[in-house]
Design a protein. Structure first.
Length: 328
């Protein structure tokens, strides 16, 4: 049941938060400002839903959902890695299909895609592609894509029409920002410079503009060869490395406290098979929520919102259940 006193107590913080947003000291501290802004957005949404509920234009579930604070990481930009798995050239082609699917989806939402590193094959595929997605709630929207994606289709080189199965792995993690209290000593990073490479190993340029950084304590690696400028590649590479380190530390902390209670949050096991793309049947199946859509032709071309929305809705339901269990 909805407790009006609880909601009024929470909303009672709104005037103070609004005042903080206008405080010059808060405006001068970007980390503090972003934290206060997130609180403000949460309270304004709750205020709107609560008013709608009192006018009988919203349900008890709407109010309960509004009371759930979003993950503070959800609003961040995302770093996405796609790697070809089992299946040779066909797996690399599938990795390319996934990259184009996410790119078209991002373009439709007005998000910006920036490729950090790509190992292309001669058939428009990728052994690996790493890119950032800049846009509102990019990580919160794409975070459920982490895991193993499996494709079933007849390769163009298959003369007898047999269906082959191959796979690609997707990893999504939040980009680091000013709110992260992360100090990385210079001695903990090894930097390697090399010539940026294109498809088939051909050099894009003759200068050592590409950058690879290795975080020695964890062995985590980030590479960037997207920019012609070594300085820009260093900046982007370090940003990606910080994101990897933060993601690594977050997962270590979750493991200490028992890991994610919800299967979708953070996508736990990245080797878990989460989805199948069956081209002969024009079928996409997300195994985590039992969703099957016979619209693979549209989805693979970037119309993936229906899938992502279903995953977010399921995650919200699971969080509501967990919140109710804690109260009971």
């Amino acid at each position: 049941m909805i407790d009006p006193n609880q909601i009024e107590n929470v909303l009672g913080r709104l005037p103070a938060v609004e005042a903080e947003l206008g405080d010059p000291n808060v405006l001068a501290d970007r980390r503090k400002y972003l934290t206060v802004l997130a609180d403000y957005k949460f309270l304004k949404k709750l205020d709107y839903v609560w008013c709608a509920y009192q006018l009988e234009e919203a349900t008890e579930k709407d109010v309960s959902e509004a009371l759930l604070k979003p993950d503070p990481l959800d609003g961040r930009n995302a770093v996405v890695e796609i790697r070809a798995g089992t299946g040779g050239d066909e797996a690399a082609l599938f990795a390319g299909d996934l990259f184009r699917m996410y790119s078209r989806y991002a373009e439709a939402k007005g998000w910006k895609i920036s490729v950090m590193n790509a190992a292309e094959t001669s058939l428009d595929g990728y052994k690996e592609v790493v890119f950032t997605v800049q846009g509102e709630d990019a990580y919160g929207t794409l975070r459920f894509e982490s895991g193993a994606h499996r494709v079933q289709r007849v390769p163009e080189t298959e003369t007898q029409g047999r269906i082959h199965t191959s796979a690609a792995t997707v990893v999504v993690f939040p980009e680091a920002d000013e709110r992260d209290d992360l100090e990385i000593p210079e001695k903990d990073i090894r930097i390697d410079l090399f010539c940026a490479g294109g498809a088939g190993g051909q050099h894009v340029n003759k200068t050592e503009s590409a950058v690879r950084m290795t975080h020695l304590p964890t062995g985590l690696v980030a590479t960037c060869q997207d920019e012609r400028s070594q300085i820009r590649n260093r900046e982007k590479c370090f940003a990606t490395l910080k994101a990897r380190i933060l993601d690594h530390l977050r997962r270590e902390e979750e493991a200490k406290i028992g890991g994610d209670r919800l299967k979708l949050r953070g996508s736990g096991d990245r080797s878990e098979k989460i989805r199948t793309y069956n081209f002969p049947q024009n079928r996409l199946t997300d195994h985590r929520i039992g969703l099957t859509l016979y619209a693979l032709d549209r989805i693979i071309n970037g119309e993936v919102e229906e899938v992502l929305s279903a995953l977010r809705a399921h995650d919200l339901d699971e969080r509501l259940k967990a919140a109710l269990e804690e109260k009971s």
